[in-house]
Write a protein that binds this ligand. Structure first.
Ligand SMILES: *Cc1c(COP(=O)(O)O)cnc(C)c1O
Length: 229
């Protein structure tokens, strides 16, 4: 399969799932996850219409950054160590993985130095897997309240990673639960919080995630093929 065919397939599936959930293709942002993918292939994907890319490692962002076409948005989707925030704070358009106070403090500090406001999503570990990062569901609202006065951080939604090893239908509840929490936070109308993005769904489960309300999906393998680590 070629990159172009893969992309067409993903977009087709995205569109069908969007329609099933009463929305349109344009309502769902496709983030191409480019971890382990070389710059020339990433640039090819950009030529084919990709305008959002996601990376999970700080080193990969800093290594690739200068070689990737301008005008695209960069998403930090992986676990972020506080001491590495300074390397990407001027490069990424959205951080999907805010999951603790120490990280919030560091983002606030570095963003303030640059006089920038950094959009973030709060990462939630709905399935409470020990191996996954993210706040437990019940910790999310208290956490959001505790950083409402961080002037250089803008909370724009939630992100989750569903368990990998299960039948897609068995993880539907993960997406449904996160959507419920998303709506609850939206209704609370916290000052400065704009609940706009619900980032959930990867290659194996993005159609179900869209059906349950995702408006940002993160697809790697489905676009670029299997990764060789
Ligand atoms: C790797 C990764 C993805 C994409 O995974 P695929 O199964 O290749 O689509 C999405 N989100 C995060 C956080 C990832 O690390």
């Amino acid at each position: 399969m070629s990159l172009q065919n893969n992309l067409e397939d993903v977009k087709h599936n995205l569109k069908s799932a969007a329609v099933r959930s009463g929305r349109e293709e344009k309502d769902i942002m496709l983030i191409a996850v480019t971890k382990t993918v070389d710059e020339d292939i990433i640039n090819k994907a950009i030529e084919l219409g990709i305008d959002n890319i996601g990376e999970n490692k700080v080193q990969e962002i800093t290594r690739k950054y200068e070689n990737i076409k301008e005008g695209i948005s960069w998403h930090m989707i992986g676990h972020l160590q506080s001491n590495k925030v300074k390397y990407i704070i001027d490069k990424v358009d959205l951080i999907h993985s805010l999951d603790r106070m120490s990280l919030a403090k560091e983002i606030q500090k570095r963003a303030a130095e640059l006089n920038k406001i950094i959009p973030v999503l709060v990462q939630v570990n709905i399935a409470e897997e020990e191996s996954k990062f993210g706040l437990k569901r019940e910790a999310v609202i208290p956490f959001i309240k505790s950083i409402l006065n961080f002037k250089n951080i803008k909370i724009m939604g939630l992100m989750t990673i569903a368990p990998f090893d299960q039948e897609p239908e068995e993880i539907r509840y993960v997406f449904r639960d996160l959507k419920k929490l998303f709506d609850e936070i939206s209704e609370n109308n916290y000052n400065g919080v704009e609940m706009k993005y619900l980032s959930m769904g990867m290659t194996n489960d993005y159609e179900i995630a869209i059906e349950e309300g995702a408006n940002m999906i993160r697809v790697g393998t489905g676009i670029f093929g299997k990764r060789n680590y």
